[in-house]
Design a protein around this ligand. Structure first.
Ligand code: SF4
Ligand code: SF4
Ligand code: SF4
Length: 354
């Protein structure tokens, strides 16, 4: 019975766009058992990928609405399901494992969960890197866009933040889990910017604190200083912006292991060094989170197969020797309008829309 309900939950989570791949070792089942009681697992399986009021879910499950309301609320506080508070009352929907349930565990990590998650990560991330549509994309840091001509509004971090009415900053779970096992990079800890409905959920669940646009812009500045890659939601209307380092970010770490990461990232830019200007200081090598720059005869060179166009190498080059180049228009990526479209595309690619 125990195994059955967790099996059902694994199938249910794999049916959501973010997926939940199975492994030979069964590590994913250990993770589910750490996070969900049997009762919670059974209830999670009954939620749909759209927000619904308790009464409607009660009809399906046969549970009394009051009991259901209490259980779902507690599960949302544990980050096992998503809750949207509306003037008509809470609406509940299934949360995908990533981006979702895992990120909601940021305040409840322990060494066992971290160890299991790190064993599971390659199984979880690698198949999704190969999909045409990803959950995140990369945009250049603001300082690297100076002098650029046609920059789309969804490529400018500053503009993306200025259009937000509700912003919460949350601790970066990747850096927190690395630092809890003695492998922290020491960079910016509060580095996940969350917007609109998701921001309300984060705030009410104690996962982050509300901040003004000005503070968000200061965080952006600090991210540039700390050499963090800007990874917003893969949509024109974003729900979050991750500020990521190559040491801890599970996506960048997975990409870095591959020979041609740039082909697997939604980015419209790459960097190019003007060899005649380069003074060989090697500062850009440290700044690059993708190991895309190497020295050749004392001159820096960018490997375009590895460069994800984050722009981090550009403002710190005292010789002004690096340019950010926009790809040819035919190779540029236009993100979906919103996250629902992004997730729908992923679901279609995974054959979930039958
Ligand atoms: S994806 Fe980036 S910002 Fe988000 S939790 Fe991981 S490293 Fe932190
Ligand atoms: S930071 Fe600039 S000058 Fe220094 S190695 Fe890189 S490209 Fe050359
Ligand atoms: S070379 Fe590295 S730091 Fe520079 S834009 Fe490319 S990925 Fe970013």
């Amino acid at each position: 019975m125990t195994q059955d309900i967790y099996e059902s939950l694994a199938v249910h989570l794999d049916g959501l766009p973010g997926g939940f791949p199975r492994t030979e070792s069964g590590v994913e089942m250990r993770i589910l058992k750490r996070l969900f009681t049997e009762d919670e697992a059974a209830l999670a399986c009954r939620l749909r990928a759209m927000p619904e009021p308790v009464e409607r879910i009660a009809k399906r499950t046969g549970l009394p609405p009051e009991e259901l309301s209490d259980k779902l609320y507690r599960m949302s506080i544990k980050g096992l399901v998503f809750r949207a508070d509306t003037p008509e009352g809470p609406r509940y929907m299934a949360a995908q494992y990533v981006v979702g349930i895992w990120e909601y565990q940021v305040n409840d990590l322990d060494e066992g969960l971290i160890k299991d998650m790190n064993e599971y990560i390659p199984h979880l991330i690698d198949p999704f890197l190969k999909l045409k549509t990803k959950q995140l994309r990369t945009i250049p840091i603001g300082a690297s866009l100076d002098g650029q001509g046609a920059v789309m509004p969804y490529e400018e971090a500053r503009k993306l933040i200025e259009q937000q009415n509700k912003i919460v900053v949350a601790p970066c779970i990747c850096r927190r889990e690395h630092s809890m096992i003695g492998k922290g990079c020491g960079k910016l800890a509060d580095a996940c910017l969350i917007f609109s409905g998701a921001a309300h959920f984060y705030e009410k669940n104690g996962l982050g604190r509300p901040i003004s646009r000005e503070e968000a812009l200061q965080i952006l500045k600090k991210a540039e200083e700390d050499a963090l890659v800007l990874q917003p939601t893969n949509a024109q209307k974003i729900m979050a912006m991750c500020l990521c380092c190559g040491d801890c970010c599970q996506i960048l770490k997975s990409l870095k292991r591959l020979p041609k990461p740039s082909a697997l990232v939604h980015t419209n830019y790459y960097a190019k060094v003007n060899g005649e200007e380069c003074i060989g200081c090697e500062i850009c090598l440290d700044r690059c989170q993708m190991e895309a720059i190497s020295m050749q005869d004392d001159v820096a060179a960018v490997d375009t197969d590895r460069c994800i166009g984050c722009g981090l190498c550009i403002p710190t080059c005292s010789a002004d020797a690096i340019d950010l180049i926009r790809k040819d228009e035919k190779d540029c990526y236009t993100p979906p309008d919103n996250v629902i479209e992004t997730l729908r595309s992923i679901a279609e690619e995974r054959g979930l829309m039958k």
